[in-house]
Design a protein around this ligand. Sequence first.
Ligand code: DQA
Length: 151
Amino acid sequence: MARVLVLNGPNLDRLGRRRPELYGRTTLAEIESRLKQLGRQLNLEVELRQSNHEGELVAWIHEACERFDALLINAAAYTHTSIAIMDALEMFPGPVVEVHLSNIFAREPFRHRSFVSPVATGVVCGFGPLGYELALRAVAARLGLDGSGDG
Ligand code: DQA
């Protein structure tokens, strides 16, 4: 079974309580259980991790190069600052989907620049927690697991 690592950056451990008018009331634990359930339907094994530390995220991307077939990443604020995360993602051989709960292009100008996008296969933003599920479906298509042949 193909394996997907879902990485989440700083402050996403506060989802549900953090600015709910912007990010919603769904917690990261709820997102994780929805993704695992969808993963079972799509024949994907899903593992979700969160860190408030840039270096830990970089180390997990390195680990993913050996042990996972695809990556979903919401790098949160590091999206807009981290060349280290970009450089690590560039080494990942499989599909990478950048996810954001909010539409970063409808927000402050400093959020319009992403260091993740240039090395991502695709980007899903603005759909709240649903974005993670859309991204997982995109990964299944890319890995040729959804039967559409459109990957
Ligand atoms: C975010 C958008 C980022 O700009 C912000 O720093 C976050 C969350 C999102 O999911 O909408 O922490 O990645």
